[in-house]
Structure formats: C-alpha cells, structure tokens
Design a protein around this ligand. Structure first.
Ligand code: SAM
Length: 349
C-alpha cells in the first residue's frame, strides 16, 4: 500500500519515482505531507546553497509577440495591449541601475518579437558582457532555431529559460494554437541544453484543463530532462484572453510542487515567481520557505512594467529600488536567509 510520506522519502533517496508514484502523491497529499516536504526541501537547499538567495534583474524587453498562446496577456490577438520594445540603450541602462543595486544576473525576457534578430540580441548580450563582465545573462525569448540559440550562446549568454508549459501534448494543444507543438518545444529545450546553456523549463500550476495526470507527467519530465532551472508559478487569468474566466492556480499546490522539485533536484535554481507573489501577499517569501532559491525583481522601466501584463494585477513590488531591496534583505535576514550579490550559477553536484 503506497503512502505519500514514504514516497516523498523515496524521492529524496532515489531522486526518481514512477509516473504512478508521482500521480499518487499529487492525488493524495495532505497539508501534513506538504509540511513534511517543505521542511525536507529547505534542509536540502541549505545543504547545497547554504542561506543564499539569488536575485536576478528581470528586464521585460518587448511585449510584441508573434504567438497566440491562449493564456498569455501579450499574445498576438490581444488588440488592447499597447505594444513596446526596448532599445539597446534602454536595456543597458536597466543593467546599469541593476548593477549598482547588486544584481549580477540580468534576465532579458520578452514575447517572440521578430525585431529581436540574432544580430540584435547578440549585440546586446556582447555589450552587457563588455560593460559588466562579472554578470551572467539569461535569455527568455521563446522558441528559436538551433543556429540562433548557438549564436546567442557564442555571444556570451549563459542561461535560457523556456517553460515547457505542460509535458502532455494534448494538454499543450489546449493551451496553444495549432502552429505550436510540444514536440517543437522539447526540441528547443534539448538544443539549448546540448549547446551548453544552463537551461530552464517549467509550467504554470493550475493552467486551464490541467489534471494531476498532467502534473505527474511534468514531474517525470523534469526528473528526466534534468534542467538547471525550473520556473513554476500559478496560472493567473488575463481579462483579454479566452481564459479570462478560468480559475487561478492554487497557491498551496504551487508551494508543494516547489518542495517536490527541490527534493528531486537538490541543486536546481528555482525561482519564487512574481505570479506567486501576485496570488498572495508575501507569496514570494513563502516560495523561498518552500524550497525556492531565486527571486527576480523587475528592472524594466516603469512604462514597460505596465505594458508587460501576462495576467491581471501583476505585482509591483518596488524591490528594484535601493530601499525596496534593502527592506527585502532585512526581511530575509530576519528569517535566516541572505540575499547575495553573486551570479548565482547552478552548482553541479
Ligand atoms: N516568449 C517567451 C516564452 O514563451 O518563453 C518568454 C515570455 S512568456 C510571456 C513567459 C512565461 O509567462 C510563459 O512561459 C508562461 O508560463 C508565463 N505566463 C504567460 N501567461 C501567464 C498567465 N496568464 N499566468 C501565469 N503565467 C503566465
């Protein structure tokens, strides 16, 4: 007879479970099991990363997008979205502000904007690396060809985030238009990894039509793909999408998944997302206390922040100001964590 606590312990020792075992955990866990997983996750993270919490400066470079992802507020079909893209100088000025605040990783994230050619992105990456040689650059610009990813890597980009969104192809097709497929997404992730990027996959928790069978597949996919990073945040509806009336993802389930992923992959870089902080006040801190170890304050110019609306009521934290960051440092120090000025690379074990 299976038991959730025993399975969590098995995950801790073997770092692998069957699909059925993951499903059993998700379908049967109690608050007490989540508490157990949380304690274990924090202990494991401590053994790899000590008390360090890494910060990444998020720069939302463009909200132009050629894709029609059904859940996303900046999808190509949203005619009420006011579009913008940042220039090279604007991106560099975000990095300069961030550098002064202690950021040593910059994350360029945006819609799939045709303006962001290889040449343009490579030039931006090279310029960031030239001006801030002790910083890492993470890109999150969606699906591109192998050659494109290779060019970006050769230009100096260190990491790439591309959530797989769901490891079930039928579910994938319920979240995306027919020109997008799980197969292509996985090929992109495999290319990124083989090129040498620290690669991140991930999902939205509670995306429309998601079931525990899907989530079990996601956990198995993460186990086997073995990413260096994983972005896990709740789905939150956006008023101008076809999913406007869908339920939000569960806060508790997101925390539980963060804990399970930490237990499965002790070294993984695991952000506590803005979406989690939007769903509940103090959510990002609770994500850290469930096993996450990365926070991504927003360094984008204010005008961009207002327009990069993936979902309604996106959290504006003020963490990106000197005072805001100082407050956050104090808050974490009071619970035994240290926000560090460090690139915060993946630690191979
Ligand atoms: N275009 C790039 C890509 O597709 O990876 C990067 C930008 S995309 C907007 C970043 C992530 O935002 C997606 O992978 C998705 O999981 C998340 N996202 C989009 N809409 C969301 C929503 N309504 N709620 C929560 N997360 C959302």
């Amino acid at each position: 007879m299976m038991n959730v606590k025993d399975l969590i312990e098995k995950l801790n020792t073997q770092k692998s479970l069957t699909l059925e075992e993951y499903f059993f955990i998700l379908d049967n866990y109690t608050e007490k099991d989540a508490e157990f997983a949380k304690k274990l996750a924090v202990q494991i993270r401590k053994s790899v990363y000590g008390n360090a919490i890494y910060i990444r400066g998020l720069i939302e470079v463009s909200n132009y997008c050629k894709n029609g992802c059904l859940y996303c507020g900046i999808n190509r079909d949203n005619k009420s979205c006011t579009r913008y893209r940042l220039s090279m100088e604007e991106i560099l000025s975000c990095c300069e502000n961030g550098y002064k605040l202690g950021f040593r990783t910059f994350v360029m994230q945006g819609g799939e904007d045709n303006h962001f050619t290889d040449e343009f992105v490579c030039n931006v990456v090279k310029e960031i690396k030239a001006r801030f040689p002790d910083c890492a650059v993470t890109l999150s610009l969606g699906e591109r060809s192998y050659d494109s990813y290779k060019a970006l890597y050769d230009a100096g980009a260190d990491r790439y985030l591309l959530r797989h969104e769901t490891a079930d192809s039928e579910h994938y097709s319920m979240l995306h238009p027919s020109d997008l497929s799980l197969k292509t997404r996985i090929e992109c992730l495999e290319n990124l990894k083989s090129i040498g990027f620290q690669t991140g996959c991930g999902i939205m928790v509670g995306s429309p039509y998601q079931t525990n069978e899907h989530l079990a597949k996601d956990l198995k996919f993460i186990e086997e793909f073995d990413p260096q990073m994983c972005g896990i945040g709740p789905f939150l509806p956006h008023k101008d999408t076809v999913f406007a009336d869908k339920e939000k993802g569960s806060f508790e389930l997101t925390l539980f998944l963060l804990s399970l992923i930490r237990i499965m992959k002790p070294s993984i870089l695991l952000p506590s997302t803005t979406a989690l902080g939007t769903l509940r006040e103090g959510g990002r801190e609770m994500g850290i206390m469930a096993g996450a170890n990365v926070i991504m304050p927003n360094l984008s110019p204010d005008t961009a922040k207002d327009k990069y609306m993936l979902y309604d009521n996106k959290l504006r934290t003020g963490l990106e100001s000197v005072e805001g960051l100082e407050k956050l440092k104090q808050k974490f120090a009071s619970i035994g964590y240290e926000i560090v000025t460090d690139r915060g690379d993946y630690k191979k074990q």
